[in-house]
Ligand binder design. Structure first.
Ligand code: UDP
Length: 248
């Protein structure tokens, strides 16, 4: 977020954004589930110019053993940005930003996973950002959600994530890079299928009424993402379901 946004033009004469989207439109999303053969579950997801890869392992015995919990599985989430994923090379390895994103993203999944059913086990979620264009934490959560399903890990439902924000004085959905860089606010959220919010962060400033407007928009964005996630699952598993029916 930058306070120096006065000279940036965010909307054309038709009210469309720099990438021709309407204020309430998300970027195109494409998904491929089950792209890695060594992981228990995986998903490759593109959202606008973002490209992320999620891999899930587990539930498996937690190592090192001192990390084991006697009454439930430990859930670990590692968000990593590849050095080639951004314009200025990102310094490899964990940093404050990636640690924070990993923590809040892990917490976004805790309510939907049945950790108590797997004492001493670990559920490991790894996300690699291959190309970044704003919104990578939400793209990563959407991919991780589908990789968890692909791994066959029981869940109460999917987690879907999206951001809203304020650019040029207007509330818009799913900020792209210039909007994220020069806009006034960014509000990423994640929510469960039944609308329970499991992640909420905010960068910048919104008035209470702008916050309400952004929340309504971003919840609608998450529902749009959920439909795309469900369609990707159906595409991946419909053939398996059809095969099962043939066996009956
Ligand atoms: N970014 C970057 N270098 C970094 C971190 C971020 O170029 O070290 C860019 C990247 O395009 C990212 C965007 O800034 O998607 C917004 O970053 P933010 O921290 O808001 O997280 P995100 O929106 O990706 O979840």
């Amino acid at each position: 977020m930058s306070s120096n946004q006065t000279d940036v033009v965010f909307f054309d004469e038709n009210g469309l954004r720099t990438d021709q989207r309407k204020p309430d439109e998300i970027r195109p999303m494409s998904i491929k589930i089950g792209v890695l053969s060594r992981a228990n579950g995986s998903c490759y997801l593109e959202w606008g110019a973002n490209k992320v890869l999620a891999a899930v392992y587990g539930p498996r015995e937690a190592h090192p053993r001192r990390m084991q919990l006697p009454n439930k599985a430990v859930i670990r989430y590692r968000y990593n940005m590849q050095s080639f994923s951004v314009e200025d090379r990102a310094r490899p390895g964990p940093n404050r930003r990636s640690s924070e994103i990993s923590k809040v993203s892990r917490e976004a999944f805790e309510p939907v996973l049945f950790a108590e059913d797997y004492p001493k086990a670990a559920i490991d979620i790894f996300v690699e950002v291959l190309q970044a264009d704003a919104g990578t934490r939400t793209a990563a959560i959407n991919a991780a959600s589908l990789a968890l399903v692909d791994a066959g890990i029981p869940m109460r439902g999917l987690v879907s994530a999206c951001a809203a924000g304020k650019v040029g004085g207007k509330i818009v959905l799913d900020l792209n890079k210039p909007e994220d860089n020069y806009g006034e606010a960014d509000l990423p959220i994640a929510m469960t299928e039944d609308g329970r919010i499991t992640l909420i962060q905010m960068d910048g400033h919104l008035t209470p009424s702008e916050f309400e407007e952004a929340m309504a928009l971003v919840q609608n964005g998450c529902r749009q993402v959920l439909e795309i996630q469900k369609a990707a699952l159906l595409e991946k598993f419909a053939s398996v379901m059809n095969d099962d029916e043939d066996d009956i």
